[in-house]
Ligand binder design. Structure first.
Ligand SMILES: Cc1cc2nc3c(=O)[nH]c(=O)nc-3n(C[C@H](O)[C@H](O)[C@H](O)COP(=O)(O)OP(=O)(O)OC[C@H]3O[C@@H](n4cnc5c(N)ncnc54)[C@H](O)[C@@H]3O)c2cc1C
Length: 323
């Protein structure tokens, strides 16, 4: 029977909603074949995060707290995950496909000599085992795969597992003793420079407004894309063309080599719809494209399209939304 360990993601104690996709995955596996799942929260002062995760039917919410785990330093977190997976005889360790998971889960899998599948979008039982579907090559290939081993590692695409359900009873919280001398000290945390954007992260937001090469400079991006995002209470995103041009920061890039987003609404402004960009947003529920070229490929994936000059239509849209 499956015994899953879900790895929670948080930012300084603030639970990241993408965690709930890994929870939804675990719930689906349990519903198919029985078994149970635990949720592991690693960090310092993360009792609040653990508390929020008690409502999803986990057998336990496990908390590994230590001053040395305050920041998500990959080799330390990997050590903790590997140890907890072993102690709890986890058959699967699951995280949401994200920068955090990409950094940490393969290291934990390597510590246990375990196999790993990333970007899983489907799971179905196969006798005592499971068959997974995963996205490869920017979404152009869907691979069907099985994993061998006592413990197996997975990351799941947030857009594929959206419905985590709440349980009637709260899960117990259990503290995991952390042996500080077992934590590697090869990587030292120096500091973090985070831009105070005032807007949500594109991976967390229900609405994402992204701008492309049509935007000529950072001021125009902020006025048009930032303005529309603010009017809708959403996040701003960007194509790689603007990142490469130094107009937008890397953290806003959506696509194959950027962030994978799956909001309720994605508005692509002056973005042509290159396959590498689509790889990051095509699981969106509703896609709106604004482009002055009626033949732009983005219109092929858009649910709604507006042919027009972004510099004209976006301010009009913002004006109307404000009213
Ligand atoms: C290995 C690899 C990885 C990549 N990863 C990514 C990635 O993660 N994310 C990503 O985005 N790209 C990625 N790319 C780059 C990708 O191939 C495209 O070059 C890029 O997405 C193009 O960005 P764009 O649509 O903004 O620009 P363009 O393709 O130049 O399109 C600009 C669009 O704006 C329209 N336009 C121009 N002016 C206006 C106006 N005034 N009003 C309205 N519309 C207007 C044009 O009609 C055009 O359709 C990657 C490429 C490679 C090779």
């Amino acid at each position: 029977m499956a015994n899953l360990l879900v790895i929670a993601e948080h930012d300084g104690g603030q639970l990241k909603q993408v965690t709930l996709s890994a929870v939804a995955f675990a719930q689906r596996v349990i519903a198919q074949t029985g078994g149970s799942f635990g949720i592991l929260v690693i960090g310092e002062n993360v009792a609040g995060t653990a508390d929020q995760l008690r409502q999803y039917g986990a057998a336990a919410v496990l908390v590994a707290e230590h001053a040395q785990l305050k920041h998500p330093i990959s080799d330390r977190y990997a050590r903790v995950i590997a140890d907890v997976a072993t102690q709890h005889r986890a058959t699967f360790v699951v995280g949401t496909a994200s920068t955090f998971s990409k950094d940490i889960l393969p290291r934990a899998a390597a510590l246990l000599d375990a196999g790993m599948l990333s970007d899983v979008i489907e799971v179905r039982p196969d006798g005592d085992d499971f068959i997974f579907k995963r996205v490869m090559f920017a979404g152009n290939v869907i691979a069907t795969a099985k994993l061998d081993g006592v413990v197996r590692f997975l990351t799941v695409r947030a857009a594929a597992f959206t419905h985590s359900t709440k349980a009637s009873e709260s899960s117990p919280v259990a503290s995991i003793p952390v042996e500080a001398d077992r934590l590697p000290a090869f990587i030292e945390y120096e500091g973090r420079e985070a831009k105070v954007a005032g807007r949500p992260d594109p991976t967390e937001a229900r609405v994402v407004v992204s701008g492309g090469r049509a935007l000529k400079n950072a001021e125009d991006f902020e006025r048009l894309i930032g303005g529309l995002a603010d009017a809708l209470g959403g996040a701003a995103g960007s194509s790689r063309a603007l990142v490469d041009a130094g107009i937008t920061p890397n953290s806003l890039q959506v696509g194959q080599t950027g962030k994978i987003v799956a909001p309720d609404l994605y508005i692509a402004v002056g973005i042509s719809g290159a396959i590498q960009h689509l790889a990051g947003m095509k699981d969106t529920k509703v896609i709106v494209a604004i482009n002055k070229d009626a033949d732009a490929p983005i219109f092929e994936v858009a649910d709604y399209g507006l042919v027009g000059d972004a510099y004209q239509v976006v301010p009009e849209l913002v004006e109307k939304l404000k009213k």
